[in-house]
Write a protein that binds this ligand. Structure first.
Ligand SMILES: NC(=O)c1ccc[n+]([C@@H]2O[C@H](COP(=O)([O-])OP(=O)(O)OC[C@H]3O[C@@H](n4cnc5c(N)ncnc54)[C@H](O)[C@@H]3O)[C@@H](O)[C@H]2O)c1
Length: 371
């Protein structure tokens, strides 16, 4: 499988390291308008870079090279334009999250993806972290009885510096609730197996990047929030985001509570704890292979997502994260941003996101990761 990488910044380096772990994958094309980023990718490829051509944009690549698959890892606000010439080429596409920065762009991409003659996959890879995947399996297998509520917390470090500082402004990212939290909104839909109806988000830019200036402008991205999501079937979920908590031992914590038990998982620890209302607590730890861990910053998610993407591209598995999943996560993020700005609850119906999605894609039955 010959891969092209579009946007060869930080996340592309992680994709390259993971591609190097899989037999039969090679990187044959790099696309980035910045020479420094192309050089960065070549350095990551090391001895494998000799088989790789560099291009300034996608049309130039398509004129000279036809990879079998492309990973789009350019900034969020460029996804829509970058993807256009790739549709209809037969090239399998893995587009990094978020699918787009607006609901209108996400919907227009999903419409094009529906007619695309290859796999189209959105990189909401947290589903593929082995401890999270195991947690989801257990919730869906009924270990906590009837799922009633889900809470997700991310307590982490501030946004990293990015090429040309694109991630400091909502206009480029869609806002933190889209850019970062699309992962968690995707997990909520997947775990609840339901669609959101109403979102209330209280959030603000309180601590991070306050002393930074870009052409005189101060970053406007939320750095902490609480978000409550009601689902159509009556369940509810909550997201607790804090991006000035780099000292936190666990970075992500998920807790699902059903009518018979509570199930928790922590990342990076990988410990899953089941606490029934009656009876004793049980614990297990889901380990991730050391080479896989070393290839990325997402606890193995990028690698196991890649395996699932390859299976789909070879016709041996389903598309795990569809364009419609991408639209839904963007719509929830946009609703959360609006809720925080307007200081009121926002109905998903009012977001005009045109779901039509009644059956979120799932990891059930798919096990590209080790059990
Ligand atoms: N799945 C995850 O957990 C995860 C983690 C980090 C980033 N991401 C996503 O990956 C994408 C890239 O993020 P990053 O951290 O690598 O940013 P980055 O700034 O490090 O790299 C982006 C690169 O894209 C290039 N670029 C800009 N415009 C382009 C265009 N039109 N065509 C091709 N290349 C272009 C830039 O020159 C830069 O080299 C974003 O969508 C981001 O949200 C996903």
């Amino acid at each position: 499988m010959r891969f092209g990488l579009v946007g060869t910044g930080l996340m592309a380096q992680e994709h390259i390291r993971n591609l190097c772990l899989v037999d039969g994958c090679e990187v044959t094309a790099l696309v980035d308008p910045r020479q420094e980023s192309l050089d960065w990718a070549r350095a990551t490829l090391g001895g494998r870079a000799s088989a790789t051509a560099g291009f300034a944009d996608v049309p130039s690549m398509l004129a000279q090279a036809r990879p079998d698959a492309v990973i789009v890892s350019s900034p969020n606000h460029t996804h829509h334009a970058v993807l256009q010439p790739l549709f209809g080429t037969g090239i399998h596409i893995l587009c990094e999250k978020p699918l787009a920065t607006t609901i209108a762009d996400a919907r227009s991409l999903a419409a094009r993806a529906a007619g695309h003659d290859g796999v189209f996959w959105v990189g909401m890879e947290y589903r593929y972290m082995p401890p999270v995947a195991r947690f989801i399996e257990q919730v869906h297998a009924g270990r906590i009885g009837r799922l009633v509520r889900l809470s997700i917390a991310e307590h982490r470090f501030p946004f990293l510096p990015k090429v040309a500082d694109w991630n400091r402004f909502n206009a480029n990212t869609g806002g933190t609730m889209v850019e970062k939290c699309c992962h968690f909104f995707d997990l909520m839909r997947l775990i609840m197996r339901d669609e959101p109806t109403r979102i209330f988000c209280s959030g603000a830019a309180d601590v991070n990047h306050r002393d930074e200036r870009y052409g005189g402008a101060v970053p406007d991205i939320i750095d902490n929030s609480f978000t409550v999501v009601d689902f159509a079937g009556g369940t509810r979920a909550m997201l607790d985001l804090c991006m000035f908590a780099e000292g936190s031992e666990e970075q992500e914590m998920l807790a699902a509570i059903g009518d018979t038990a509570k199930l928790e998982v922590g990342i990076p620890g990988g410990a899953i704890t089941c606490s029934p209302r009656q009876g004793s607590v049980s614990r297990e730890t889901v380990e991730v292979d050391a080479a896989v861990l070393a290839a990325g910053h997402h606890h193995g998610a990028t690698y196991y997502q890649l395996l699932a993407f390859l299976a789909a591209a070879k016709g041996r598995g389903p598309v795990g994260v569809t364009a419609e999943d991408g639209v839904a996560a963007v719509a929830m993020g946009v609703a959360a941003e609006k809720s925080a700005a307007d200081r009121r609850a926002v109905t998903m119906e009012s977001m005009n996101w045109g779901s039509g999605v009644s059956n979120p894609s799932g990891v059930q039955g798919q096990r590209p990761w080790p059990s």
